[in-house]
Design a protein around this ligand. Structure first.
Ligand code: FAD
Length: 392
């Protein structure tokens, strides 16, 4: 019997595994792909704080530093956010995930790669597509938007079309300024959504569009128009993918009996921007540590994980935009125009105000992780309350 079985070996799953196995427990990962999904279904942009948690430099993970974000709203307004102390990197997620799985394997995590989990018989049994059965004391669902364990234990995981981000992205070869990240909100390229160009270097970029689901739009055509605009029609497509992203509130309960939910499977995604990497890393880390602590008898309940995530979940809930109230794309554009204009005004009064706030929020997460790792509190059960008081 494994102590912990993790379904999904991408970011949140691999991170949970490494953090758990570092505590000396027996861990397995089941991942349906033999190698991390290539190309990575992601714009690959992360903050420097997340990069630190992931030890991007130590891993020698390729990264491009962004110095400016240019935001265009429906061609009527343009805002620029400068990045100084706070940084954004565009990283190579395939490299990173390969490296994380390699590290997990070296630390004796059993990897079942190229294997799909097809059935969960609670509380312990997992059945794979080759009919192999394994058992785990704790099951971590890191299966992304499919939330496969959640579905099997009867959680309502169905999202309304408007609460799903429908995306398409190309990796293109084209000359662009590697220091500037471009985002375009609203028409004509991304009605009720946004388009992005995230440079990897001066020759390569991720260029994509994500819009609210349920609209009858040809997103491939929209992306072609946006790509023409951004490259002056001089580009070569290297690869293309389509993907979906949960743009809703997090699951109410991210711990149910012996099952924990992390990353996209817990819907820990910023519902306005679709950013989910930081939350996948943060939740995966906390879940791995909490699960290992429980196995070792250091904490009596897995609910500590839910408690530690509570504030972040509240914040995501607050950011959630009820799209049925944004009955027209006009209202949608107005909402985001107001948001970016407020950020712009605040940044003019206090330079880098917005960026600093984001960095501070993310740095709180690092502190929580550090404390949990060091277990500096004698009575582990008091840890959530201590962290609440200190960092929220
Ligand atoms: C187009 C797009 C662009 C994005 N860009 C950004 C960005 O720039 N910055 C950012 O912060 N976030 C971005 N995100 C969000 C980010 O990619 C996700 O939040 C993040 O990948 C979540 O990681 P995860 O490990 O929880 O889930 P996933 O990355 O979805 O991993 C889930 C894993 O589970 C596996 N799996 C699923 N079912 C099974 C099964 N039955 N058996 C075995 N394995 C299974 C899958 O194969 C997969 O490897 C973007 C998302 C999209 C769609």
């Amino acid at each position: 019997m494994y102590d912990i079985i993790i379904i999904g070996g991408n970011l949140s799953g691999a991170i949970a595994a490494i953090n758990a196995v570092n505590q000396g427990v027996k861990v397995a990962i089941i991942e349906r792909h033999k190698k991390p999904l290539t190309p990575a279904h992601c714009g690959e942009a992360i903050s420097h704080v997340t990069a630190n948690i992931l030890k991007i430099d130590e891993r020698k993970c390729p990264k491009n530093e962004i110095r400016k974000i240019r935001i265009n709203i429906t061609n009527s307004k343009e805002y620029t956010i400068n990045l100084s102390k706070d940084k954004i990197y565009v990283i190579d997620r395939n490299y990173l995930e390969n490296d994380l799985l390699k590290e997990a394997e070296e630390k004796n995590v059993d990897l079942f790669l190229g294997r799909r989990m097809i059935k969960f018989n609670p509380p312990n049994e997992i059945i794979m597509d080759n009919k192999r059965k394994i058992e785990g004391k704790i099951i971590i669902d890191a299966s992304g938007i499919s939330c496969i364990i959640g579905k099997q234990i009867g959680i309502n995981t169905k999202l309304k079309p408007e609460d799903i981000g429908v995306c398409i992205q190309h990796r293109i070869q084209s000359k662009s300024n590697p220091n500037i990240m471009n985002m375009w909100w609203g028409e004509p390229y991304a009605p009720s959504g946004y388009a992005w160009l995230f440079p990897i270097n001066k020759e390569l970029s991720n260029i994509g569009i994500g819009i609210i689901g349920g609209q009858k739009l040809d997103i491939k055509n929209l992306l072609q128009k946006y790509t023409n605009l951004m490259t002056n029609k001089k580009y070569k497509i290297i690869n293309t993918f389509r993907a979906c992203e949960p743009m809703y509130k997090p699951l109410e309960n991210i711990v149910i009996n012996n099952v924990m939910f992390v990353g996209d499977s817990a819907r820990l995604v910023d519902p306005a921007s679709g950013a989910g990497i930081h939350n996948a890393v943060f939740s995966g880390t906390l879940a791995g540590l909490t699960a290992a602590g429980y196995i070792k008898g250091e904490n009596k309940s897995l609910d500590i994980y839910q408690k530690l995530m509570q504030n972040k979940m509240k914040r995501i809930k607050k950011t959630y935009i009820n799209k049925s109230k944004l009955t027209s794309t006009k209202k949608y554009n107005k909402t985001f125009n107001r948001l970016f204009s407020t950020i712009n005004i605040l940044n003019k009064i206090i330079p880098n105000f917005y960026q600093n706030q984001i960095t501070k929020l993310l740095e709180k997460d690092i502190k929580k992780i550090e404390i949990l790792k060091k277990k500096i509190i004698k009575n582990f059960l008091d840890l959530p309350n201590y962290l609440y008081k200190k960092y929220n």
